[in-house]
Design a binder for this molecule. Structure first.
Ligand SMILES: *Cc1c(COP(=O)(O)O)cnc(C)c1O
Length: 424
């Protein structure tokens, strides 16, 4: 399979090159040159297949030419080390829980898969992965890349802006993972990383790579979620339309779902569930795409004002809004509504939502036709966002997180200092 750069279609690369490079020329994103179709028998027999077998069939065409079948199998065995259960919370509404991995949010699968790929693609020169994070990406990448030979990871997180859980997951590992606490906000961390990527001197000395969802190896394996969910709901669906709601920030997870749908997965409609960062929702209402500066919300992993995978969504539907709207609707919710939903859902069904899942469920209930069957994605464990959950449910216990054996470097928001640190 080859990958094409959306901004420069003359740049055609293999899966291996796309993974190592991350971003294409002119900051374009890589997209697969075609979308393979799964045979009908795959869906007829899906209930008999293990998650690993499903992942093998889905991913093999996307890595062809770069990874052998055995290499893919070995990477996927490492990646799929936990369950992805669907639970019904009431009639016609279920939740796909994606938080049973090591860092309790859905990015564990993508991070681990990408780490496995980089390890298989070992080069002479060590790779330095830079990650700016508001919390979840950093913890998943730190965990996924821990002790991977030939890869050094530098995670930049904003001081005082991540939960104790997230901090422990980033600072508790050591070895090839360096956690850097920046005296600034998430945007400052992001700016430092971007400046490093465009620093010629640094790029001559270091082999820099990025591990957010612009990377094909990070977002593509997330297709698995939707196939594994279908396996579990198929008999309940019994031919009814299936609606799937995805709490979205950079739209990497949703893009994976849309590709799964194009491969033949019978999703009637996806719902892009947004918080106050509603750039995509506004685009769908008005036809005009106006990126904004992000605003801080309780569902902070979705605080993105210019979703980086918007370009891939556009490519999937040939820049045609009316085509896109046949597969995808969107909705947006405030922090007040999010807290109210966490509280009311606990009372109604005893199900404990995290703020991202709460946005997903609200959007599902607002958009799904009554007779259709709906599934929303719970993208993080409520414990990971305990201070928000506690605002809605004052009795929610806050567990004490022990940070005593953790290590971090502390840094001012200063590029010269960051560069010295990278070169030391
Ligand atoms: C990253 C993240 C999201 C947003 O996912 P995208 O792929 O960026 O749209 C939603 N919820 C949680 C908990 C996350 O960590």
């Amino acid at each position: 399979m080859n990958y094409i750069n959306t901004k420069d279609t003359s740049e055609v690369v293999s899966f291996k090159e796309a993974t190592i490079k991350g971003l294409g020329n002119n900051k374009g994103l890589f997209v697969p040159e075609r979308i393979p179709q799964l045979p009908e028998s795959f869906f007829q027999e899906i209930e008999q297949k293990s998650d690993l077998e499903i992942a093998m069939e889905v991913m093999l065409p996307f890595v062809e030419g770069s990874l052998s079948k055995d290499e893919l199998q070995a990477i996927l065995e490492q990646t799929i080390s936990f369950t992805l259960p669907v639970k019904e919370i009431r009639e016609n509404v279920s939740v796909l829980e994606l938080f049973h991995g090591p860092t309790q949010a859905f990015k564990d699968i993508g991070a681990k898969f990408m780490a496995g790929c980089l390890s298989a693609f070992q080069q002479d020169k060590k790779v330095t992965v830079l990650v700016a994070t508001s919390g979840d990406t950093g913890s998943a990448v730190a965990n996924g890349f821990y002790e991977v030979d030939g890869v050094e990871v530098k995670v930049l997180f904003p001081k005082g802006k991540v939960s104790a859980y997230q901090e422990k997951q980033m600072t508790g590992l050591g070895k090839n993972i360096t956690a850097i606490e920046v005296d600034g906000v998430f945007d400052d961390c992001q700016a430092l990383v971007k400046q490093a990527f465009s620093d010629d001197e640094l790029n001559k000395k270091l082999n820099l790579s990025s591990a957010n969802s612009i990377n094909v190896a990070r977002f593509l394996p997330q297709m698995l979620y939707y196939f594994v969910a279908y396996k579990q709901v198929k008999s309940t669906l019994n031919g009814r339309p299936w609606w799937v709601s995805v709490p979205s920030g950079n739209f990497g997870n949703l893009t994976a779902g849309l590709i799964a749908q194009k491969m033949g997965l019978p999703v009637a409609k996806f719902i892009a569930a947004n918080n106050a960062n509603d750039t995509f929702y506004q685009y769908q209402q008005t036809g005009e795409y106006v990126p904004k500066v992000s605003v801080a919300t309780y569902s902070n992993a979705m605080d993105v004002g210019a979703p980086s995978n918007f370009e891939r969504v556009q490519w999937l539907f040939n820049n045609d809004l009316s085509e896109l709207s046949k597969s995808l609707v969107s909705d947006s919710y405030s922090d007040e509504a999010t807290l109210a939903k966490i509280k009311s859902e606990k009372e109604l069904s005893d199900y404990l939502l995290d703020p991202h899942g709460a946005v997903g469920l609200m959007a599902l209930e607002a958009k799904k036709p009554e007779q259709a069957y709906g599934t929303f994605l719970a993208t993080a464990h409520p414990q990971k966002f305990e201070s928000v959950v506690k605002k809605a449910l004052p009795d929610f216990p806050i567990e004490k997180v022990d940070l005593s054996n953790c290590q971090k470097l502390e840094m001012k928001n200063d590029y010269a200092e960051f560069k010295r640190l990278l070169l030391s």
